[in-house]
Design a binder for this molecule. Structure first.
Ligand code: PLP
Length: 340
């Protein structure tokens, strides 16, 4: 065993040994630097602090039965960060630089990739911030790309299970032509009130409809939504949803299982017709939905009659986590294997 026992870890920040950094200055990216400090020196007028000129990513490294470490689809995270960079007027991070930094930060912290068996993983957090001083609202001329890692515990402590959600009609996380399609902190800041309200009312998370018409499903908190019916995987299409790499991968696996895949507007009433549904993202992979309460409309949509995860959600979850941990053959070439 090359890692450590991660079964008592929580899903939170745990200190590791190193992070990696790269600065953008004079129109180009510099060399990759290794740091053992958890702090960043920052100008008080940096654009990331005042005008939210920042972006982040989230992906994981998994230790297999063979003790090797697998990183899941990091090229897709690089592409998504490039899209966010274009949206936020930041310099694009080349895929090669992104993947080199991810591989380096995982390799430097290899002993922090939890051993196979508990479901614990190493979470990788790339962060890109505008660092140069600016008082008028303009993009920075200098940037810092930083990547740190933190071992995180299994998302489902008591086993894979379902959760209740609450439709939020009082708050929006993003506008139809806003920044919802980018992975930026501002969307999270905008979601905190709705999330707090949902928790106070006993729900696992808030459930967003499209901001303009409040007719179509957008996202489940900070996760994508999918529903299953008639051998079909249905997921919303919208200009304010963050394109989830987990969702993209589940769509492929659903196709592999002989299911149809539909990516289209999903009216909220259609929730009545789904046999099962889930929220998906890197943290939980799939969080099956028990029910969705539309409190203001006095309506409840039940998505699991017995309160347990349905067979398709379970199959998709087992297949995707199987590929990530190296128990199932990676036929789509999604995984980068490191012998560390
Ligand atoms: C990160 C994120 C997701 C999930 O994306 P993955 O690539 O699957 O981890 C979904 N919605 C929002 C708003 C996110 O920020």
């Amino acid at each position: 065993m090359k890692g450590f026992d991660g079964s008592n870890l929580k899903f939170g920040y745990n200190k590791t040994d190193f992070n990696v950094r790269c600065e953008y200055k004079d129109g180009k990216w510099g060399d990759i630097q290794v740091s053992d400090s958890e702090m960043i020196p920052l100008h008080m007028a940096a654009t990331c602090l005042h005008y939210g000129q920042e972006a982040f990513e989230g992906l994981k490294a998994y230790r297999g039965k063979d003790d090797k470490v697998r990183i899941f689809r990091m090229d897709k995270n690089a592409e998504r960060l490039q899209s966010t960079c274009r949206g936020m007027m930041m310099p694009e991070v080349p895929t090669e630089l992104f993947c080199e930094m991810v591989t380096k930060v995982v390799t430097l912290n290899a002993k922090w990739v939890p051993d196979y068996g508990s479901g614990a993983t190493l979470y990788i957090r790339p962060l890109l911030i505008g660092t140069s001083a600016q008082v008028g609202v303009h993009p920075a001329s200098e940037y810092l790309l930083l990547m740190f890692v933190t071992p995180v515990g299994p998302y489902f402590k008591g086993g894979f299970s379902t959760n209740p959600y609450m439709v939020t009609r009082q708050y929006d996380r993003s506008a139809p032509l806003g920044t919802g399609i980018y992975k930026v902190g501002g969307n999270y800041g905008a979601s905190m009130k709705a999330n707090d309200l949902a928790h106070k009312m006993g729900y696992s998370c808030e459930f967003y409809l499209d901001a303009k018409e409040k007719k179509y499903i957008d996202e489940c908190g900070a996760a994508n939504f999918f529903g299953i019916k008639d051998n079909t995987y249905v997921t919303p299409k919208s200009t304010s949803i963050l394109p989830s790499i987990t969702n993209l991968s589940l769509q492929q696996l659903a196709e592999d299982l002989g299911m149809r895949v539909e990516c289209r507007q999903v009216p909220i009433e259609e929730l009545e017709t789904f046999e099962e549904a889930g929220a998906c993202g890197t943290a939980a992979v799939i969080s099956p939905i028990e029910r969705i309460d539309d409190v203001e409309m006095n309506k409840t949509y039940v998505l699991s009659k017995d309160g347990k995860p349905g067979p398709i959600c379970t199959k998709l979850y087992e297949t995707l986590t199987g590929i990530q941990f190296g128990d199932i053959e990676d036929t789509h070439n999604w995984v980068t294997v490191l012998d560390i």
